[in-house]
Design a binder for this molecule. Structure first.
Ligand code: DNO
Length: 356
């Protein structure tokens, strides 16, 4: 297992590589060439120069989060073949650049969604939260404004300008696409790309839908045990795997996360784990919390134990933390609370390993 930290290059992060290097036990970063528009090839030289910058700070770059998938692929449009061919070239270049794992998602229109990026907790910290009633009342054309307003001038992953400008039209498009057709579109993508994941020894880690229930009638793919089984059965190669995000899947209290980890990690299908905690305040309402079990509704001990017991040897990163100690930055991605979280998780990992 390697503990890593998400980091955004090109000055688009309040956290520096030097800061990350100071966190004990963290060996590398999950990062991306996020300035390249979705669908274009990532040039090898740019991958290598980012790798050098990260190596110069004493850190590894083995995981990309994310190589995003062009909306035309998700929609199944004829232009998808060109975007898929670009994606494959990027996979080859990433292989040549030493990458071992690519995290991606197949969420239509938007990546993740919250209704408040800075909700105050009783300890004076702030976190991101989600209230489904507010989403039901939301005008999709205003959705991006409300997300970006809270972003503290940093880019929000999955809320790229080109995506935002097409959002309302795209929501309309998906009204005429059945869940089966949507599923066929990921199958088409995997059929084309998986042989190259094999050839280039790269693990693919799909991120679950966040939150894991329908929004604006959009199709959802990775939400619970059955949908994940169905997705994994599309390609039996272990390269076709998961970025197991406890906060996304855990937003649905019915998901038994340790059991899911035992099943999927036991099959060698979890390559990347995003570990964070959530507190439910309704069936479809939650807010994020500090990583400790006692701070939220997820049992982090059982989650880490399930990973350890199943021989997990992929990457873990502490996911969204609180904003504490006066820090400002990209919501969820401050330094301090994620550093605390990583060391709590490393402590659990060490104790579990030594006691088993
Ligand atoms: C949000 C993140 C997502 C995630 C992508 C992976 O904070 O969890 O943007 O990186 O869905 O492709």
């Amino acid at each position: 297992m390697k503990m890593i930290f998400r980091w955004f290059p090109n000055g688009d992060d309040s956290v520096t590589l030097k800061d990350i290097r100071h966190i004990p036990g963290v060996s590398g970063v999950a990062t991306a060439l996020s300035h390249i528009p979705v669908g274009e090839v990532w040039p090898l030289e740019q991958i290598l120069s980012l790798r050098e910058e990260i190596a110069a700070a004493g850190l590894e770059m083995e995981v990309i989060e994310s190589v995003n998938i062009h909306e035309d692929i998700k929609k199944g449009l004829p232009s998808r073949d060109e975007y898929i061919s670009n994606y494959i070239t990027t996979v080859k270049n990433l292989h040549d650049g030493g990458i071992k794992c690519i995290c991606y998602n197949f969420m239509p229109v938007m990546d993740w969604l919250r209704t408040n990026l800075s909700q105050s907790l009783s300890d004076g910290s702030t976190v991101m939260s989600y209230h489904h009633d507010e989403v039901l009342r939301m005008d999709p054309s205003k959705m991006a404004d409300s997300m970006l307003k809270g972003a503290n001038c940093y880019s929000l992953p999955g809320w790229e300008p080109e995506r935002i400008s097409a959002m309302v039209k795209d929501i309309e498009f998906y009204k005429n696409l059945s869940p089966e057709q949507y599923f066929d579109n990921i199958r088409y993508f995997l059929d084309a790309v998986m042989p190259f994941a094999e050839e280039y020894d790269i693990n693919f880690a799909i991120h679950p839908d966040d939150p894991p229930w329908p929004i604006f009638g959009l199709p959802k793919l990775i939400t619970e045990v059955d949908t994940i089984r169905r997705f994994l059965s599309l390609h039996s190669s272990s390269r076709n795997g998961l970025a197991f995000c406890t906060g996304s899947l855990g937003a649905n209290a019915a998901n038994d996360l340790p059991a899911m980890i035992r099943e999927f990690s036991g099959q060698g299908r979890i390559h990347f784990a995003h570990l964070r905690n959530v507190k439910h305040s309704g069936e479809r309402d939650f807010h994020e919390t500090a990583h400790l079990s006692q701070c939220g509704d997820l049992d982090m001990f059982e989650i880490v134990k399930a990973l350890s017991d199943t021989g997990f040897d992929g990457y873990i990163r502490p996911d969204h933390g609180r904003m504490i100690w006066g820090e400002t930055g990209r919501p969820g991605y401050g330094l301090y609370d994620r550093a605390l979280g990583s060391n709590y998780l490393l402590g659990l990992w060490e104790a579990i390993r030594k006691m088993s």
